[in-house]
Write a protein that binds this ligand. Sequence first.
Ligand code: PLP
Length: 490
Amino acid sequence: MRNKSPRDQIKLSADEMREMGYRIIDMLVDYTGAQAQFPATRALDPVTFDEILEEPLPEKGSPWEDVLEQFERQVLTTIDHLDHPRFFAYIPSPSNFVGAMADTLASGYNIFNSLYPLGTGAAIVERLVISWMRSLCGMPEESGGLFVSGGSVANLMGLAVARQILLGNDIGDAVVYCSDQTHFVVSRGLRILGFAPEQLREIRADADFRLPVADLERAIEQDRAAGKRPFCVAATAGTTNTGAVDPLNDLADLCEREGLWLHVDGAYGATACLIEHRRQLLAGIERAHTLTWDAHKWMFQPVECSALLVRDRHWLNATFKESAHFLTDAEAHSKEEVGEEMNFMYQGIQLTRYFRALKLWMSLKVFGLGAIRQAVERGIELAELAESLLRESGRWEIVTPAQLAIVTFRYKPAVGDDALADQVTDELSGALAANSFAFASTTKLLGKTVMRLCTNNPRTTASDLRQTVQIMGRLAADLESRLGSAPPVV
Ligand SMILES: *Cc1c(COP(=O)(O)O)cnc(C)c1O
């Protein structure tokens, strides 16, 4: 055997570790403090990516300084930051430094949060944070849950629980209902779970982009008459497109009457529960059987951090528990009375699990719920401000008013032509990206392109919004004169 150098043990010396760690902290603090001075979007032409990063797998190591420098120069410069105060596209992820440091601790101590006896403190923290979330949204005390990577997985698992508890192994002819505003991860999740496309009934949303209960009721009736088995409604609390919330209480009543499961995708919107005077927006969310709630969207956590809450904590074991001989020693210390719901490897689809609850726990402890509440409220008010700025300018038609920090709108050409409005709106996001002061994305509503701003970053200033609206107006006017004067395409 060769003599061991630190490198052969996959180690740095203590001095090197300190130096590398301090350097990284300095980078992060400099970045966080100066973010607003950087462009809001910096994506390069995709061809450049290959040129930058293509290199042979290194047989020999190199100094960490060089690798960090390469990361800064070649990787970091090609990344859009979803926590930039003028990044209004998709659903931004306005993270926070405490959460990032908690992630560093979770990785640095390599905390394995899978079995209660192996990671007792971590398991207790995870259970505690889940119980805080449960009480914030008003779900009953018997509820439980766990942290997963994101809303994609939380929704998949919520639907897996619904399938297991209501259908067991027989999913033939079972039908799930949702609106056409539902996030695509619901249909993808059902497909992964073995449901055929026709087992998801997508109902056209009403004028406010909510799931219409009367139409849903009719669809259920027709399906029963045709020998199908309606079993689950997948509602949304805060759609990604417009922030619309399905009528959760009416849906819960319907589900109760019909014996259906109510899954609520609150990936984005569930956070509005934090605000007392806006609770009525989400009334009925506490009646969900399963609820998805992302903390990396509006609870200011770094990606990935999402909770799946279930109304009866035993459903998780009933759905995901398996047993393995090589784990019986560890399980032997894990007595039923200390809470089998803390053996998280049996509560979901991951055995080896990262300690995702730590970042939310630390952030809530350091800032307090009061500060988080105000930050959420600020996002809602910023969207209201954006709506009034857009209205005042006279150049925009508001398509959906500010709700849950999202506003959608379309350009109103001076010489009103709907086709031209479409073209301008279609190209505006690209023009905004090229300008790079701010970034916003488009979506389709009723077949038409609309722009949307999602203003959930508490570090966004009123002046950021004012300038963004001005720049959009200017870019749109430029597009209008260019496209309006172009010869018609034949
Ligand atoms: C973002 C989002 C998802 C997907 O969640 P990820 O955390 O990105 O996996 C699902 N549903 C809604 C309503 C969302 O906004």
